[in-house]
Design a protein around this ligand. Sequence first.
Ligand SMILES: C[S@@+](CC[C@H](N)C(=O)[O-])C[C@H]1O[C@@H](n2cnc3c(N)ncnc32)[C@H](O)[C@@H]1O
Length: 225
Amino acid sequence: MNILAPTNDGSNTLFNEMIGEHYHSAHGALQESKHVFIDAGLKYAHQLYPAQDLSILEVGFGTGLNFILSFAACSEWSVPLNYTGIEAFPLSKETIQQLDYEKFVPNKIWESFIYNYENSLIDKQKLIEGTELAIIHQKLLDYKSNEKFDIIYYDAFSVRHQPEMWTDEVIAHACSFLKDGGIFVSYAITGNLKRALKKCGLQIEKLPGAPGKREMIRGQLIVYS
Ligand SMILES: C[S@@+](CC[C@H](N)C(=O)[O-])C[C@H]1O[C@@H](n2cnc3c(N)ncnc32)[C@H](O)[C@@H]1O
């Protein structure tokens, strides 16, 4: 059902035959992840809140590429990271290992991720360098929690292939887990997504997209008291 596929920057991704889409941009999995989630999301939040631990909610944990890059960045900054991924169809550890992402992060980061991957699907695990990982084996709409996050990585399959992940209801559900001042980033940008985020109280910005995409979106939840 998932086929290993190389992308144009030399990094691998998976092609999901049922959905008919790659897990990452075919122009480059690694460069998309760095551009959208690390640079526009994590680094931006770290600049806004430099003295703070960071918490991230990822919608669509998939291969864990966004996680390992976030883990490596936070480890470099000595920032404790609390990471929750929501994933309706978790991949096997063997599939993740085949992707060869270990070359993109220091060995200790990769080893800590792989060692804890399966247990993080059961409950939250303490990895090295103050990082915690929980992968919630659920559909986004079934996820209920009182926990709020500094950043949401919204990395669902595209609206063309999985429109149910982009409805106002689903976007509002995701945004209900953002802290005041929290950041939402996604590789996608559509009129409907912009409207849905504004309805949730987010101020939005269009940013240049990763190679192959003109634009991407970043939002910030502004709560007026
Ligand atoms: C574009 S891929 C994610 C790529 C991932 N962030 C990565 O770096 O590998 C979308 C992911 O969303 C998951 N997914 C599909 N429907 C979902 C749902 N209703 N709730 C949560 N995850 C879902 C898929 O199984 C897939 O792993």
